[in-house]
Write a protein that binds this ligand. Sequence first.
Ligand SMILES: *[C@@H]1O[C@H](CO)[C@@H](O)[C@H](O)[C@H]1NC(C)=O
Ligand SMILES: *[C@@H]1O[C@H](CO)[C@@H](O)[C@H](O)[C@H]1NC(C)=O
Ligand SMILES: *[C@@H]1O[C@H](CO)[C@@H](O)[C@H](O)[C@H]1NC(C)=O
Ligand SMILES: *[C@@H]1O[C@H](CO)[C@@H](O)[C@H](O)[C@H]1NC(C)=O
Ligand SMILES: *[C@@H]1O[C@H](CO)[C@@H](O)[C@H](O)[C@H]1NC(C)=O
Length: 444
Amino acid sequence: MPPPLTRSTTTIILLLLSTTSATIINQYPYQEQDCTNKWIFIRQLPPRFNVDLLTNCSSYPLFNNFCPYLPNHGLGHKTHNKTHSWFRTDPLMLEVIFHHRMLEYPCLTTNPNLATAIYVPYYGGLDSLKYLYGPEVNNSFRHGQDLYHYLSKKDSPDIWDKYMGHDHFLVLSRSAWDFNQPEGNDPPGFGTSFLELPEFYNVTALTSEARAYPWQERAIPYPTSFHPPSLHFLHSWINRVKRSKRSTLMMFAAGGGISANPNIRRSIRLECENVTQLSDEGSGYSNLCEFVDCSNGVCEHDPLKFMRPMLQASFCLQPPGETPTRRSTFDSIIAGCIPVFFEDLTARKQYGWHLPEDQYHEFSVFIPKEEVVFKGLQIVDVLQSIPTNQVRRMRERVIEMLPRVIYRRHGSSLGLKETQDAFDIAVEGTLQRIKSRLDEVASQ
Ligand SMILES: *[C@@H]1O[C@H](CO)[C@@H](O)[C@H](O)[C@H]1NC(C)=O
Ligand SMILES: *[C@@H]1O[C@H](CO)[C@@H](O)[C@H](O)[C@H]1NC(C)=O
Ligand SMILES: *[C@@H]1O[C@H](CO)[C@@H](O)[C@H](O)[C@H]1NC(C)=O
Ligand SMILES: *[C@@H]1O[C@H](CO)[C@@H](O)[C@H](O)[C@H]1NC(C)=O
Ligand SMILES: *[C@@H]1O[C@H](CO)[C@@H](O)[C@H](O)[C@H]1NC(C)=O
């Protein structure tokens, strides 16, 4: 028996099917757009590679039922009825969100020969669930083989063959580390072999977290809960962020950090508990540290829990957890809270297209985690030593970055010309990288 569908799931699937198989509706006045070197062709895939994975949203007993996160093209339900911009977004929906934005992209072509890049609307992160948590757990080396066969043999192989996949790209809504099992691993560890398959070596993969070495991986921002539908809503939020009174020096929203072993999260928790007892010594802050306990995933779909404290803090601590990157980095930027990083892999070595690597000192603070964990460096001391006017300048830079890390709402009236969001920047970066890759291959 097929799993029961919620009405919103069915709606989303019908919408997807109608847009993928028939006409593409452009939201922008694209006759004004210069599409030179920007044309993208979308490969048609059978539904088992995307929409069928959504109908199966409740069939992974060891994983959470993700049906509640499907409405609004993957943005999830609104946080409350009256909001225009705030949703209970699950980062796993990045593949769905991106796909829908792609359907609105102003330079789509139906002629693959005209395209600079070929988008593969495959929901690889969702497809991986059956290998990671489902019945295919012993076949994780097969993840991607079916897709490769389809792209290169079954459906118009000439599209693949033209550049042997070098012009293809796809999005994976999980860390690249979840797809790096060597094919021969027996018994397999956690993860599938998708990014280890030679079949996909030529394909650009946009992931939530990339590994440092493979050239074809690029990290793009995690989707946050903020998806404004127009310039008006973006600007009124930015004004609120600018006006917000920052009465807390630093805040930390996370679970974990309770193990007995020394690690950065533990050090932060201990320091935070310790400093909150201290009285304010003319720093201008009424609170030196606020800890928001997000254990057991209580914050994941409830942005109010952490956005309010982030709006009231000058600095937001972003230590690595199980993996180096955090969605919270982007939440804090949206709140105008200056991120404090403890290793370069958390952001600097990941999101070069969205947050330029050479500008980190302007909008973030770096404190090596070893200094804190093993040498007793107090984070509070470092942050308090930064002069007030420098803190203000950094916050202004954070707010300048804000539009670059949001995924605006589908069908929004926000003109491309006015502002580039995370999607636009990811597509631009992908087009450039594919173009230079094709030049490289041609010259070999
Ligand atoms: C969805 O679930 C059904 C029943 O478990 C399974 O037969 C089918 O292959 C699944 N589809 C996809 C695309 O995973
Ligand atoms: C939100 O709107 C829905 C449908 O219009 C309604 O059923 C629900 O009661 C509303 N919730 C609140 C909290 O107002
Ligand atoms: C996977 O392999 C292990 C070890 O051989 C076995 O115990 C387990 O039942 C298998 N799982 C599935 C879902 O086939
Ligand atoms: C990837 O590209 C190289 C040439 O750069 C080619 O030799 C190889 O066959 C391609 N791989 C696939 C799976 O098409
Ligand atoms: C707590 O604060 C005191 C006074 O500043 C300091 O000496 C001590 O090292 C702190 N302890 C921790 C665990 O941070």
